[in-house]
Design a protein around this ligand. Structure first.
Ligand code: ADP
Length: 264
């Protein structure tokens, strides 16, 4: 099922979580990025169009300047994101350059999705970049987003982007194989749920544990993201980006993941 859905999707949004992107010490996992970009390049040669939503600016900032990691002050958090965003984009740019692919940075806020003119501008930029073979790499614009107006997590940002771009599929890459009946990091006997057709039923039947060390949204925001895209009939896959060839393996049916696909 997952394999078929990926094969027949032309426009795919892939979201990378902080944990997937980083090493234990918070530095960017360059091997992961190289593998990801190779797989994305392969998808493009098969005629697919890809948009990436990526987390990781703050941890990249900490890894770069090696201080301020304990500062709770908003100004410092935003400053770290400003520093880290450069690192993040440089890493993506280098990893894609090997495959002759250009990337473009799009930093968005909640307001951008609420204002008609801004939404139109975003859509136009997104379509132009993709049509020209450039891969847009999207993140929340942390330097202008204070807590009250923040989207706050990139799962939601990825879902909003997916519907804005009319994508065929959203893939969230996290550090777990999918949704379990309880947190797999806390319980060894947790069971993977491979298909979700009714999100409300799912919420009632699972236990939601805490998020991972660099994570921001946790499993709740992933479920919320599924709700947003499923409403428009777009399926979502939650899969483990820590696995070496995750996208290729999903296509070949070699790994398990969770598919959210509402059936009416
Ligand atoms: P990311 O950085 O990839 O966005 P998060 O740390 O925000 O990831 O959320 C994923 C984490 O949610 C997992 O590492 C897992 O420990 C935790 N989690 C809690 N409850 C569950 C559950 N029922 N099923 C799967 N993961 C869960």
């Amino acid at each position: 099922m997952i394999s078929e859905i990926i094969k027949k999707s032309k426009k795919i949004v892939i979201k990378i979580g902080s944990n997937t992107l980083s090493n234990e010490d918070g530095t960017i996992n360059k091997e992961f990025l190289e593998r990801l970009c190779r797989q994305v390049a392969l998808l493009e040669t098969e005629g697919k169009q890809i948009v990436i939503v990526t987390s990781g600016a703050r941890i990249s900032g900490i890894a770069k300047i090696k201080k301020w990691y304990r500062k709770e002050d908003m100004n410092y958090k935003q400053a770290l994101c400003a520093i880290g965003q450069v690192e993040l984009m440089t890493s993506y740019s280098c990893a894609f350059e090997v495959h002759g692919i250009q990337v473009a940075q799009m930093l968005l806020t909640r307001d951008d999705f609420c204002d008609k003119t801004r939404t139109l501008n975003m859509r136009n930029t997104l379509f132009t970049l993709v049509d020209e073979g450039v891969i847009p790499i999207i993140n929340e614009n942390d330097t202008v987003s204070v807590e009250e107006i923040k989207i706050g997590d990139n799962d939601t940002l990825a879902a909003l982007t997916t519907s804005l771009w009319n994508a065929d599929l959203l893939i969230l890459l996290s550090d777990i194989d999918g949704i379990y009946n309880k947190n797999p990091k806390e319980y060894q006997d947790s069971i993977l749920i491979e298909k979700v057709i009714n999100i409300e039923e799912l919420i009632k039947s699972i236990e939601i544990g805490k998020l991972s060390s660099f994570g921001t949204g946790g499993i709740e925001t992933k479920i919320e993201a599924a709700k947003i895209v499923n409403k428009y009939g777009i399926p979502m896959i939650l899969a483990n980006g820590k696995r070496e060839e995750i996208i290729s393996d999903l296509i070949e049916g070699k790994v398990k993941a969770t598919l959210f696909k509402q059936e009416n």
